[in-house]
Design a protein around this ligand. Structure first.
Ligand code: EZ4
Ligand code: CO
Length: 408
């Protein structure tokens, strides 16, 4: 069997998605996700101009060889654009292989290690009553683990918080904020540090000790600020504190770790196992946050998670709405198969997105299952995709109250 075409589909049903469809001379197709939020067209050009021509004529069965050819063979390696492009190819080839085998992908990864993957949902509120309502709504939807984000007194819109109340409100730029320029938000880390422990105290008092609670610091603290927050949150027994510091400095985690037993999760912006070597070998984190879509696909994620498992570190695969349903399905097959599964982030996609991407994964009683459909279990509706052309959209930019650009 040979690859006969590799076609890039860009669609924007509320937000932009980049999908690679690989077709073989026997008519089999596989889908891969290469969506890189705010830099989508860089991956499109990389795939269309520099990868697709190299794939034609290759044997789709040789996934490891194709991965290594694209990684080592390009000379320029790593980086989010390259690794998202490689991920798109890798996941599409796994989809083809599993369809060929007539099995769901998780069977090729070793079979099911659990009945389903514990998912966490994103609750948020501008004040405590709104936050409590949001937590209750997520519990009613079946979530058994909840991420908690709140507004900060004195600041306007901040990461992770829905901007208006009501049932269908999404915080996460769903629909994405589609402007030719990023919107700007204002940030004050000291105000955040003063406010957050009281929020978790109130949530624990209202919802009791059992419910797993998570929080995303979204790269805004210095190491010593993160250490202080981790200590102050210890009484509220977080499942994890995510992205406490900008994660490219692995040594920063050593300082945080010395001060707090709050579990730490990091890595959604990482794209290589080499971003993790110190963090894993020194056990500086508890959860690996990389996305299949941004870290080289199933092939690379399996190796990364196996290495994490050597150190007793578990998975917490990134699953925001800017990962397409194709990338989400790939994550779910890994979640079901690996031994050291921790938790899966799950922000349900919009109805419009799910008209473009026909999924078969299920969410039942707080657990996600990729389904037993052969392959990934996701198909792309070309007509629906074509109805939603690309729209420029960027993540926000953060500025401190004095105007200094800060990590968002
Ligand atoms: O801000 O995926 O844990 N989830 C996150 C996400 C990220 C977006 C960036 O594109 O931090 O909401
Ligand atoms: Co995050």
């Amino acid at each position: 069997m040979k690859i006969s075409s590799a076609e890039v589909v860009v669609t924007s049903p509320g937000r932009n998605f980049v999908t690679l469809r690989i077709t073989t001379d026997e008519g089999l197709t596989g889908l891969g996700d290469g969506t890189l939020n705010g830099r989508e067209l860089a991956v499109v050009a990389y795939l269309r101009d520099h990868v697709a021509p190299l794939l034609i004529g290759r044997d789709p069965a040789n996934i490891e060889d194709t991965w290594q050819s694209l990684y080592r063979g390009s000379y320029w390696r790593r980086g989010p654009v390259t690794m998202a492009a490689i991920a798109a190819v890798d996941v599409a080839l796994w989809d083809i292989k599993a369809k060929c085998a007539g099995m769901p992908l998780y069977q090729l990864l070793g079979g099911a290690s659990r009945t389903g993957a514990l998912a966490y949902g994103h609750a948020s509120g501008r004040d405590l009553p709104e936050l409590f309502d949001s937590i209750r709504a997520h519990l009613a939807e079946g979530f058994r683990a909840i991420r908690v984000q709140t507004a900060i007194p004195g600041l306007g819109t901040v990461y992770g918080v829905a901007t208006s109340g009501g049932g269908d409100t999404r915080y996460d730029y769903e629909p994405a904020q589609r402007h030719p320029q990023p919107v700007e938000e204002t940030w004050d880390t000291r105000a955040y540090l003063r406010h957050l422990p009281g929020v978790f105290e109130a949530v624990r008092a209202e919802f009791g000790p059992e419910l797993p609670l998570l929080h995303d610091g979204h790269h805004r603290m210095t190491p010593i600020q993160a250490a202080k927050l981790g200590k102050e949150l210890e009484p509220y027994d977080l499942f994890w504190l995510e992205d406490a510091t900008p994660a490219e400095d692995q040594n920063a985690l050593r300082l945080i770790r010395q001060h707090t037993t709050t579990p730490l999760a990091i890595g959604e912006v990482f794209n290589s196992v080499h971003d993790y070597t110190t963090l894993l070998s020194e056990r500086l984190i508890d959860y690996v946050r990389s996305a299949v879509t941004h870290a080289g696909g199933v092939t690379a994620m399996k190796k990364l998670l196996d290495l994490a498992g050597v150190y007793g570190i578990r998975s917490g695969i990134h699953g925001p709405t800017d990962i397409s349903p194709v990338g989400m399905a790939a994550a779910l097959h890994l979640d079901l198969a690996i031994h050291n599964f921790g938790i899966q982030e799950f922000m349900p996609h919009s109805a419009r997105t799910l008209e473009v991407f026909r999924t078969s994964y299920r969410f039942t009683d707080g657990l996600l299952h990729p389904s037993d459909t052969p392959g990934l279990g996701v198909e792309l509706d070309d007509d629906a995709a074509a109805a939603h052309p690309y729209v420029p959209a960027y993540l926000p930019v953060n500025r401190l109250t004095d105007g200094t650009v800060h990590d968002w």
